[in-house]
Write a protein that binds this ligand. Sequence first.
Ligand SMILES: NC(=O)c1ccc[n+]([C@@H]2O[C@H](COP(=O)([O-])OP(=O)(O)OC[C@H]3O[C@@H](n4cnc5c(N)ncnc54)[C@H](O)[C@@H]3O)[C@@H](O)[C@H]2O)c1
Length: 292
Amino acid sequence: MGTLDSKAVVITGAGNGLGAAYARHVASLGAAVVVNDLDQEAAAGTVAAIKAAGGRAIVHAGDASNWAFCEELIATCVSQLGTITGLVNNAAVLLHSRGEDLTEDHLRRMIDVNLIGTAACGHHAIRAMQTLGTRGTIVNVCSGSQAGDVALGAYGATKAGVAALTYTWALELRGSNITVNAISPLADTAMSQSNSDFMEAQSAEREVVYGTLPAADVNAPVVGYLLSDDARAIHGQIVRIAGDELSFATHPMIADPVLKGHWTDSTLRDAFRDILNDKQQKLGLTYEPKRN
Ligand SMILES: NC(=O)c1ccc[n+]([C@@H]2O[C@H](COP(=O)([O-])OP(=O)(O)OC[C@H]3O[C@@H](n4cnc5c(N)ncnc54)[C@H](O)[C@@H]3O)[C@@H](O)[C@H]2O)c1
């Protein structure tokens, strides 16, 4: 008996990298998996590996940034596997550029795949789970880059958008039988390799330097757990998986006020100089603020 025996799960971008590792792992725990990827051959490769290991999976290749395709993807899970109990919104693209080099094309591509694709698949999955009345789980995918990362402003912005969707869907679905969480993974994949290559070429500083990135498989048990009934109580969280360290990412919150009531130009200036200057938040995952 696997912990996911009765589950039917859609995983986007599961032809390669982390998505393929999640698909193989959740299938090994008993779930039937719809393997999506833009790359049909890669998706078929993941399905073949799952079947060779005795698991259940089908391919549904296509563009997970397309609203109508996402509806079809979720409907395929219901029609082919009988239900939908899980969605892993994994597909994403990462294109580098500092603020001064950003192109509209790169920005729109990342927003399309990372943000609109996640919103579209999530929307259709929530609707299907509600219609079926099934217990369901959405696992979105964020990134440490949402805290700010050199040359990853646009990518990080899409992932911060995914975090906001996660918090909001979790609020909206509180008390229902649908749970919504996100993960913030770390792994040696084509995406992280392109990032390392870019950073090396640019001699840009990384916010966090990891000597060797963990294998994608290291991240997969967290997805398996979140999709299981054991994880019912975990809701609205971003689970950070950094190799051998497991934690939650903290949520953005409003700090205690340092001034209340009406302020004047002079009390405001004093508050910034005497209080807020020393309360500036860290930049990115590691940098202390530069104080003037
Ligand atoms: N690798 C890391 O260290 C890391 C860190 C933080 C977050 N992430 C996130 O994890 C997820 C997986 O990353 P990865 O490193 O495995 O990336 P990857 O580039 O190795 O794999 C991504 C897969 O998504 C597919 N894909 C891209 N656009 C698609 C689309 N429109 N429709 C369907 N499939 C599409 C690609 O074909 C590819 O197979 C992404 O959401 C990424 O942002 C990765």
